[in-house]
Design a protein around this ligand. Structure first.
Ligand code: ADP
Length: 639
């Protein structure tokens, strides 16, 4: 539609200009016709007036006494008032010139070919007895025509007055100056040849013409005027040019506008699509989003955040701290963190907070904050993403508890497997106690004893009972279920305890145990029972791995070294070594190559070491076998 309207406007504009031009042309044509008619009339009047004057002269000549004098006077007067009269002659009856002005030589004398036609007009005038105009004829380089007026005395024709009119003279004298300024003027004959002309215009440039018959003298003579077509004025041209230019400018600007509109529409469409996309994304998010300005006023919350906290967007937007979902019991800490965020000091890795839902329930949230920058690059506030990690925390707690239970179970299993070792170990003090007891009884029965002897035996018995008690306590300590407790401990003691447990098994399998522990040791902050469990596991695996090794090469070494900030323990065996395929899965739960293996040992060891912020890995022993290495940080107060 707009394109059609613009096209129509341009067409109408062109039509209007054309109409204006046409009107002007019509006006000019009408003026031209009127002017030519006026000129023709003026010619006619003039010739009629000449005719009348000559007729009067002819009458007067007939009456006059001194006709020659009269002719001379009147002819002179006539020629003065009508300068187009080139020659005036008075011929007698036989056609001989009686008198003539300005001389006896008539222009006709140079025009021989037309003489006969002249005679015809003269004859006609004689016959009709009234003035007759002759054919035009060329002479002296121009064109003339004659007026023949018969002279009668009474009823008798006595002569003829012949007035030769010059066409050039007529045009020269009778056409006003303004006519010549406007038009190219010509007198043409019936064949269209130009007999006389006058103009200041260039004939070639004329396009408009009109002609009327000139009668008198008649004979097909015509007056023709030509004008330049619509000589538009400079102002008019300027206005037309301006109109065309402005129309073009309007058209161009409309075109540009159209382009802009299309551009804008496309941009709006893209924006709408983007908005819809963002909305869908926002609605599908399970992460709560919350924006705040730099004063801490909430400016935006997404549906997930509302669902998380139980508050409507209307209740949250515009709220200032303390926000309704803050935990009243942790108000100070929350406020502190909030201030930190507004100061731009929020921890990049996020922070954990406990929030309260509208219904009073609590949930753990992990919050990340990022600055909000608007399109001008101004920092307008903060955008926070909030993750509900309650379930994750519960799962972590559950996993931790299960891990603990597993460790305890594993310790029980270890203990069960070592029941024979323990029985053997307990057997020694118990046998000693029994034999001391029997000795004492025998002494008492014999009656020969000194209290000192008895005391000595009883003391030894006590020592053995303490040893047995210690073994029982160690077992009890080892299998007791408790939360991990970090305390300062001496690694040498832990290693010795573990060796104490495993010693019997090692003896049974012909394995020698070596311990390489430096004399001076930094105290270690660890859970003794847990580290003992790790050592026991590694040592038992090592002993079992050496079952195919030649008995005199079966050697298990526990080497402790201290490095910068950490202690390193290596459990070295000369066993079967570990194949690459096995190595990859070594620490995965329930992976075992042993027929009765549970496959949990190394997995538990790794989690214990990692709990202590240390590392556990395996290396191949260059002398054949395997080295399990674990490190523990020294001096770290909190794991
Ligand atoms: P389990 O002893 O019950 O099999 P572990 O997790 O303690 O479970 O050990 C997993 C596997 O790792 C063992 O079955 C064994 O194949 C391999 N392994 C552990 N320690 C050694 C070692 N010192 N030498 C060779 N293989 C070992």
């Amino acid at each position: 539609m707009p394109k059609l309207a613009v096209g129509l406007l341009v067409i109408l504009l062109i039509a209007l200009l054309w109409l204006l031009q046409d009107n002007e042309k019509e006006d000019q044509r009408a003026t031209l016709i009127a002017d030519v008619l006026w000129l023709e009339q003026s010619f006619r009047f003039h010739l009629e007036s000449n005719t009348e004057q000559l007729q009067q002269l002819s009458l007067d000549l007939a009456r006059s006494e001194d006709s020659d004098q009269l002719f001379d006077t009147r002819a002179r007067h006539l020629m003065k008032t009508s300068p187009e009269l080139a020659h005036l002659a008075w011929l007698d009856y036989s056609g001989v010139t009686r008198a003539a002005l300005p001389s006896h030589i008539s222009p006709r004398q140079g025009a021989t070919p037309s003489r006969e036609r002249m005679e015809d007009s003269s004859e006609l005038a004689r016959k009709l007895g009234k003035p007759v105009f002759s054919h035009p004829y060329p002479a002296q380089g121009e064109t003339f025509f004659e007026l023949h007026v018969p002279v009668y005395r009474g009823d008798q024709l006595t002569g003829m007055l012949v007035a030769s009119h010059s066409l050039n003279g007529m045009i020269g004298q009778l056409v006003p100056w303004w006519f010549v300024e406007k038009y190219q003027l010509q007198i043409v004959d019936d064949e269209g040849s130009i007999l006389a002309s006058k103009s200041k215009l260039n004939a070639g440039a004329t396009t408009l013409s009109h002609q009327v018959l000139l009668d008198p003298p008649g004979y097909g003579l015509a007056l023709k005027a030509m004008a330049n077509r619509v000589a538009s004025s400079t102002a008019q041209n300027l206005i037309i040019t301006l109109i065309i230019f402005l129309a073009a400018a309007v058209f161009w600007s409309l075109w540009v506008m159209r382009g802009l509109m299309q551009h804008r529409l496309a941009a709006e469409q893209a924006l709408r699509a983007e908005h819809a996309f963002r909305k869908a994304m926002e609605d599908s998010l399970t992460v709560g989003m919350r924006a705040r300005d730099r004063e801490g006023r909430i400016t935006y919350v997404n549906p997930a955040f509302c669902e998380m906290t139980g508050f409507d967007a209307g209740e949250l937007i515009g709220a200032l701290p303390p926000y309704p979902y803050w935990n009243p019991e942790e108000l100070n800490r929350t406020r502190e963190l909030h201030d930190k965020v507004l100061d731009g000091l929020a921890p990049e890795e996020g922070f954990e907070l406990r929030f309260r839902r509208k219904n009073g329930d609590f949930f753990d949230a992990l919050v990340y904050e990022a600055p909000l920058i608007d399109s001008n690059g101004t920092h307008t506030g903060w955008m926070g993403s909030v993750l509900d990690i309650t379930e994750r925390k519960q799962a972590e707690e559950l996993a931790r508890q299960q891990e603990e239970k597993l460790q305890a179970t594993s310790r029980l299993v270890t203990m069960g497997e070592m029941a024979s070792t323990l029985a053997h170990e307990l057997n020694q003090p118990l046998a000693a106690i029994s034999s001391y007891n029997t000795g004492c009884m025998n002494k008492l029965d014999s009656g020969k004893f000194t209290p000192d002897e008895l005391r000595g035996a009883m003391e030894k018995l006590g020592v053995q009972a303490q040893r047995a008690g210690k073994i029982i306590r160690r077992v009890h300590d080892f299998v007791r279920k408790s939360e991990p407790k970090l305390a300062e401990c001496d690694l040498a003691e832990v290693v010795d305890d573990a060796i104490g447990f495993i010693e019997h098994l090692a003896q049974k399998r012909n394995v020698r145990i070596g311990r390489e522990i430096p004399g001076w040791r930094q105290p270690l902050l660890a859970d003794q029972v847990m580290i003992e469990q790790v050592l026991l596991n590694l040592m038992r695996n090592a002993i079992e791995a050496m079952s195919d090794t030649e008995p005199d090469r079966r050697r298990l070494t526990v080497r402790v070294t201290q490095h910068e900030g950490q202690i390193e323990v290596r459990v070295i065996d000369n066993g079967s070594g570990i194949a690459d395929a096995v190595k990859e899965r070594l620490f995965t739960p329930f992976f075992s190559t042993k027929p009765n293996g549970m496959g949990m040992g190394l997995n538990i060891c790794r989690s214990i070491i990692e709990f202590h912020k240390g590392r556990l890995w395996v290396e191949a022993n260059p002398e054949g076998g395997t080295i399990f290495v674990f490190t523990l940080p020294l001096g770290s107060a909190e794991p």
